[in-house]
Design a protein around this ligand. Structure first.
Ligand SMILES: O=C(O)C(=O)C[C@H](O)C(=O)CO
Ligand SMILES: [Zn+2]
Length: 276
């Protein structure tokens, strides 16, 4: 498990492109036959991916957690963006189709990720945050994640937001997780932009057609910075940072947060005129 330290707005403003990428971009989320994990000190979120092929992949217990097992003091969200898959939690098997999400509660000792067909492997995007109590392990399919329509085609930000783990969906200690799909012809996400100083956020950009990319924007509203992102790469978004993106085509992304509360609507909009 690699590690990222938390840095503040002043330090961020002084970074060059390589420095910005080193702190805020996670280039490798899905490796066939492996689990990739990055520990960020923003709200101690762990961001990663599990891409099982022929064999199942067990959630490891990285030494740096100093825990008896990964979820001894943590909760986990896993959202599948690949082929059909299964997650086995302490002997119970959950089937996850495309864009289904499993919440795994604190105290679950053995978690294994499997693909139904190694030729079309599942890709489980993983987020894990510290947890103070046990909530039941719960599956929510995309069909159950009530869609909310936002934006318009005229402003190129027409999109559907699916919420899975939040105060009115799957119960959790602090993890919030969902997915946004842009409509064809729309390219702007999280526009108008916002910050939420009470929670960090992580983004996985995916469903980008071959050769298309996203320009992700971060930084304080008065000091923004661009970062080019490829398909299936993730971004760390500090609580003080805007996070908005513009693609060279439509795309999707998984957003996830940890921090003070579970209310999706807890965000402070930034007026376009105030962005610099
Ligand atoms: O496109 C959007 O708007 C989003 O998906 C926004 C994220 O859900 C988010 O930033 C939640 O805080
Ligand atoms: Zn946000």
């Amino acid at each position: 498990m690699t590690q990222r330290f938390a840095i503040g707005p002043r330090e961020t403003a002084g970074l060059d492109t390589a420095g910005l990428r080193q702190h805020f971009l996670i280039e490798n989320i899905f490796t066939p036959g492996a689990i990739e994990l990055t520990y960020t000190h923003y709200d101690r979120m762990i961001v990663g991916g599990a891409m099982p092929t022929e064999a199942g992949l067990a959630l490891p217990n990285p030494g740096s957690l100093k825990a008896t097992y990964f979820l001894e003091r943590r909760e986990l969200g896993a959202l599948n963006v690949g082929g059909a898959g299964e997650i086995v939690v302490d002997g119970t098997t959950y089937a996850l189709g495309l864009q289904d999400c499993l919440y795994v509660g604190r105290g679950s000792q053995q978690v294994e990720f499997r693909s139904v067909d190694a030729a079309s492997p599942a890709k489980f995007y993983l987020l894990s945050a510290p947890a103070h109590k046990e909530y039941p392990t719960t599956l929510r399919t995309q069909a159950e994640a009530t869609p909310v329509e936002m934006g318009t085609l005229e402003t190129a930000n027409q999109r559907t937001i699916y919420k899975y783990i939040f105060n009115e969906g799957i119960a959790s200690c602090q993890l919030v997780m969902g997915l946004t799909q842009l409509k064809p012809g729309s390219v702007w996400n999280t526009m108008p932009s916002h910050v939420h100083d009470r929670r960090m956020e992580a983004y996985l950009y995916f469903n980008l057609p071959q050769g298309q990319h996203v320009l992700h924007m971060l930084g304080e509203p008065s000091e923004t910075r661009p970062l080019w992102v490829s398909n299936e790469q993730a971004i760390l978004s500090p609580p003080w940072s805007i996070h908005t993106g513009c693609g060279t085509s439509a795309y999707a992304f998984i957003w996830g947060m940890a921090g003070e509360n579970l209310e999706y609507t807890d965000m402070d909009a930034v007026a376009l005129a105030d962005l610099r």
